[in-house]
Design a protein around this ligand. Structure first.
Ligand SMILES: Cc1cc2nc3c(=O)[nH]c(=O)nc-3n(C[C@H](O)[C@H](O)[C@H](O)COP(=O)(O)OP(=O)(O)OC[C@H]3O[C@@H](n4cnc5c(N)ncnc54)[C@H](O)[C@@H]3O)c2cc1C
Length: 302
């Protein structure tokens, strides 16, 4: 996922030279990449991020920390978002794996999406040449535009998980017997299975609609956020139902339903939590941003 999001960012906001340099190997998965926005103290409130980029001769010096960055422990290239100390705006930079001053440490003990390593990044006076600054990222609003598109990509992960879980539960209920009958013969189990199926149908349609809106150039950030938040909400219910339908086997990782159950939790939270994405759409439909307590200044959020 990090590689795809990186690819998207270079494609949408890289210079022609950056596109030629990075896109071919990224598209073939020969280059591993990641993107770093979140910081230890600024998750949902990403627009307040503290990492800095200071202009020096021939480039920029980056300083600060990032957290949760997928693939960062072994990525060949990292997109780092930092605050320009001259303009106070957010800019994006491409940092190379072995850049002096860059360290990434694996975050241990995740309960889901364990296939991806997430890392804590430390930027200690990391030099980035001028040609590795992303020319089209000049504010947090620019970053938000890309977040909307990557949210559409993220929204398809739970859709695939739910289809797999439904399929597995459907077979399991017909094969396993209790009280002399297949589990599928009990009304409560059928209701759960049908609720899962309804969710699957609905989230596929929402995902499809989002892609159609995007293709037509009509997708707004509110559409993308509602899609991501609502799909993950329904998906979370679906995998939880699947987990309970398998009884004890539902908590064993040997059965993939438990794995999907674990994986849904981080998906519900990353790329903007369910709540924050709901509020992004809420802002769009009401015209009122509710992220920040009323007394303080309003900023955009992740
Ligand atoms: C597995 C995983 C992979 C990730 N990958 C990346 C990555 O590759 N790159 C990257 O930059 N980031 C990544 N992230 C970070 C992710 O985007 C953040 O975790 C997410 O934005 C939430 O931030 P937080 O964890 O600091 O939670 P917090 O912001 O501390 O939120 C905690 C809780 O408070 C709620 N909350 C916060 N503010 C408000 C508000 N104003 N109104 C209502 N509720 C609110 C949230 O919804 C949440 O329930 C990843 C995270 C995870 C878990």
């Amino acid at each position: 996922m990090g590689v795809l999001v990186f690819l998207l960012r270079i494609a949408l906001c890289g210079s022609e030279a950056q596109k030629q340099k990075y896109l071919p190997s990224l598209a073939k998965f020969k280059t591993v990449a990641c993107w770093g926005l979140t910081e230890p103290d600024y998750g949902s409130d990403a627009s307040a991020l503290r990492a800095t980029a200071t202009k020096v001769e021939g480039g920029w010096v980056l300083e600060g920390q990032k957290r949760w960055i997928g693939n960062s422990t072994f990525a060949d290239v990292l997109i780092i978002f930092a605050r320009n100390t001259t303009t106070n705006q957010i800019n994006g930079f491409i940092v190379k794996k072995n850049a002096p001053g860059l360290t990434a440490t694996k975050i241990e003990n995740k309960i889901g999406l364990r296939i991806v390593q997430n890392g804590d990044i430390l930027l200690n006076k990391v030099f980035v040449p001028d040609e590795e600054r992303l020319p089209s990222v000049n504010s947090f609003q620019d970053t938000n535009k890309f977040l909307a598109v990557s949210r559409v990509m993220v929204a398809w992960q739970p859709i695939g998980l739910c289809m797999g879980v439904y399929d597995m539960c459907h077979r399991y209920l017909k094969e396993r017997k209790q009280f002399g009958a297949p589990l599928a013969a009990f009304q409560i189990n059928q209701e759960k299975l049908v609720r899962m199926l309804g969710n699957v149908q609905a989230i596929v349609l929402i995902g499809w609609c989002l892609c159609k809106l995007y293709e037509a150039g009509k997708m707004t950030p509110g559409h993308a956020s509602m899609g991501k938040s609502w799909i993950t909400l329904r998906a979370r219910e679906t995998v939880a139902l699947g987990r309970e339908l398998l009884g004890g086997n539902g908590i064993l990782s040997d059965f993939l339903v438990a794995k999907a159950f674990g994986d849904l939790e981080p998906i519900y939270t990353f790329e903007g939590t369910y709540d924050i994405n709901a509020l992004v759409t809420g802002r769009e439909v009401t015209g009122i941003a509710s992220f920040r307590p009323a007394a303080s200044t309003q900023r955009s959020c992740l």
